[in-house]
Ligand binder design. Structure first.
Ligand SMILES: NC(=O)c1ccc[n+]([C@@H]2O[C@H](COP(=O)([O-])OP(=O)(O)OC[C@H]3O[C@@H](n4cnc5c(N)ncnc54)[C@H](O)[C@@H]3O)[C@@H](O)[C@H]2O)c1
Length: 346
């Protein structure tokens, strides 16, 4: 067995996160299981190749109800019953879609997630949000259904393109800002080691980020107060993604840019400590993230933020920080946000 590392209780569910790939197949031998992969992950984790599998096309378009239907059909063909296991091996796309299908099939079968991107290891796989995109909206359709087991196999990152690795790193920096000053220190001091993906450092980043998210979600599984903090920078990021048509920016790059805007807006509103805003923005710069953009229609960004699904009663609420670990949800006037965004075009 791999080392059991972290155990969480989300709502009535319990999720165990472990690091390592020992005896991977043995755990599922004798069980009815289907493995869901995408074309870029299907050559990983060879021991699982003998189980029945579904290989999906890579990319965000795969997060659709059509994919969920395809998976449910396959589960049925394989004769899966209530005690069966769905194992997802992939990034956030595969994990989110397979988890939704697993939550729906016979009102829920056992779910094991094996995240293979840094982003999925530190964020998407933990916390029980499943989902697919619907109409023009990201993650509009989904359920809360935590995986029973999340198995993190750091070796799978070896084939991950650097840009995808960096995308996950933006969420690692976010975790540090939300709840782990020591992680922030490691990220600041070990830039070269982090960029070179030194094994020990990467494992530390993963475990620390998982712990930050796990702790926040345990306090507020269904997002009634507290879990929104995980959306630090995301209101800006989603707006940027929607205005640019999801082109030219990975999700993590958009999040990095978004967090820097949240720091600037927080500072302009007299909430964020200016020294902290400068230090945190500098950290994103050190990892090569774009903190400025050249031409962007600021009005279009403001419009997109007004349509964000997190808004209540038409008012835009932003996740802001006073200082490390002190996070709050605040409304800001669109004039203030427009002013900050307009001043920071390169
Ligand atoms: N459920 C949640 O709480 C949650 C949280 C954050 C993000 N998400 C979702 O996660 C998705 C983004 O996840 P992502 O960044 O992992 O994207 P992704 O799943 O699209 O993976 C990125 C790319 O890397 C490839 N890939 C994956 N693992 C690889 C590996 N080991 N080697 C080589 N290539 C590999 C994939 O095929 C894909 O082309 C979004 O849809 C987002 O909404 C969900």
């Amino acid at each position: 067995m791999g080392t059991r590392l972290l155990q969480y209780r989300f709502g009535g569910y319990s999720s165990c996160v472990e690091l390592g790939s020992e005896a991977l197949l043995e755990r599922f031998r004798g069980e009815r299981a289907v493995v869901v992969w995408d074309e870029n992950t299907s050559s990983l984790l060879e021991p699982l190749h003998e189980l029945p599998s579904v290989i999906l096309p890579p990319g965000e378009r795969t997060k659709s109800l059509d994919t969920v239907t395809q998976l449910l059909e396959r589960f049925l063909e394989e004769g899966l019953e209530r005690d069966a296991t769905v194992i997802a091996v992939g990034g956030g796309v595969v994990c989110d879609a397979a988890a939704l299908a697993a939550s729906l099939y016979m009102r829920g079968v056992r779910l094991v997630l094996i995240p293979t991107t840094l982003l999925a290891m530190v964020d998407a796989a933990l916390g029980g949000k499943t989902g697919v995109n619907f109409s023009a909206y990201k993650n509009l359709v989904g359920t809360f259904y935590p995986a029973e087991q999340i198995i993190v196999v750091p070796e799978t990152l070896e084939t991950l393109p650097q840009r995808e690795y960096l995308s996950g790193l933006a969420e690692v920096i976010k975790s540090a800002m939300l709840g782990d000053p020591e992680l922030f220190r490691i990220l600041t001091k070990k830039v070269d080691e982090v960029l070179a993906r030194e094994r020990e450092v990467v494992e530390d980043l993963i475990l620390r980020s998982v712990a930050v998210k796990g702790h926040i979600v345990e306090q507020d599984f269904t997002e009634r107060g507290g879990r929104e903090w995980l959306n630090l920078g995301h209101t800006f990021a989603h707006a940027l993604e929607s205005v640019t048509g999801f082109e030219g920016w990975t999700h993590g790059e958009a999040v990095a840019w978004g967090i820097v805007q949240a720091l600037r807006c927080g500072e302009a509103a007299g909430i964020t400590d200016p020294d902290y805003a400068a230090t945190a923005s500098e950290l994103f710069r050190q990892y090569g993230f774009r903190c400025e953009i050249d031409t962007i229609a600021v009005d279009a960004l403001i419009d997109a933020m007004q349509r964000d699904k997190k808004n209540r009663g038409g008012r835009v609420r932003y996740v802001l920080q006073r200082r490390p670990g002190e996070t709050e949800l605040r409304e800001l006037s669109s004039e203030l946000v427009r002013g900050v965004l307009s001043r920071n075009l390169s």
